[in-house]
Design a protein around this ligand. Structure first.
Ligand SMILES: Nc1ncnc2c1ncn2[C@@H]1O[C@H](COP(=O)(O)OP(=O)(O)OP(=O)(O)O)[C@@H](O)[C@H]1O
Ligand SMILES: [Mg+2]
Length: 231
């Protein structure tokens, strides 16, 4: 469970988040949608602790995490797969995965087997350089890397952007397994409506730093889409 209460954030004089309230249920995919520049990435960075809110709080099942640094939030079970899949191009696939072992709460030094089960393709490329993978493979690596830390809350910022359809489908199936079998709370920033409808449970739509619509993804009507998402 993740709860965001009355959260506001400003870049200097520019207010990017205004009194955001959201609840992300455990074992569910909650989608954060909205046009370009409405504050989705800013929200993810505030949740992860990479930006500090000017007001409000962020709570998990373990309590109020607002005072914690990004590092402590990672230790507390949060993980962020940032926009633009920032893997390390000059490290091998295996080394990219090993980087996340530092965030493990149990001090384990081995990649959990389920990471390779979720992404069998990666297991065949462990010695390849991250930068030599396709965009879709890099996105899978970025997600796999975040899972090495065994997060309880996974934040994904536009994972399908610029990715070929067959890999989008695979990523969707991974989300399904993460929520159903591993009971992970997933927050998915996503502009691809079909993906939201197929793999998401709840949605929030943002506009100019505010929540303007919310509900179950099964209730995402064409009227809501036209009003808040169409360009
Ligand atoms: N470092 C920054 N300094 C100042 N303003 C910023 C900074 N980063 C983002 N902004 C502004 O904050 C607002 C929200 O940006 P943000 O990147 O969170 O939007 P977004 O919804 O993720 O957009 P996109 O769909 O393009 O990824 C925008 O108006 C943007 O110009
Ligand atoms: Mg963004």
């Amino acid at each position: 469970m993740l709860s965001i209460q009355n959260l506001s954030f400003s870049y200097g004089a520019v207010q990017a988040l205004r009194n955001i309230n959201m609840t992300m249920a455990e074992s569910r995919v909650t989608c954060v949608m909205g046009r370009n520049g409405v504050g989705k990435t800013t929200l993810m960075k505030n949740i992860m602790g990479l930006l500090r809110p000017t007001a409000g709080s962020i709570l998990t099942a373990d309590g109020d995490i607002t005072p914690l640094s990004a590092h402590r939030r990672a230790r507390a079970g949060l993980a962020l797969v940032p926009e633009g899949r920032q893997i390390f191009p000059n490290l091998t696939v295996e080394e990219n995965l090993q980087v996340s072992l530092a965030a493990r709460r149990d001090g384990s030094k081995t990649i959990p087997g389920h990471v390779y089960e979720l992404f069998p393709g990666l297991k065949t490329m462990l010695k390849r350089m991250g930068g030599d993978l396709s965009g879709g493979q890099q996105q899978q690596l970025a997600i796999a890397r975040s899972l090495v830390a065994q997060p309880k809350v996974l934040l994904l910022d536009e994972p399908t952007e610029g990715i070929q359809p067959n890999i989008i489908k695979q990523i969707g199936q991974v989300l399904h397994t993460l929520t159903r079998d591993l009971k992970i709370t997933v927050v998915l920033v996503e502009q691809y409506l079909d993906f939201v409808k197929e793999f998401g449970h709840q949605f929030y739509i943002m506009n100019r730093g505010q929540v303007v619509a919310e509900g179950a993804t099964s209730d995402l009507t064409s009227d809501i889409v036209r009003r808040h998402l169409s360009v």
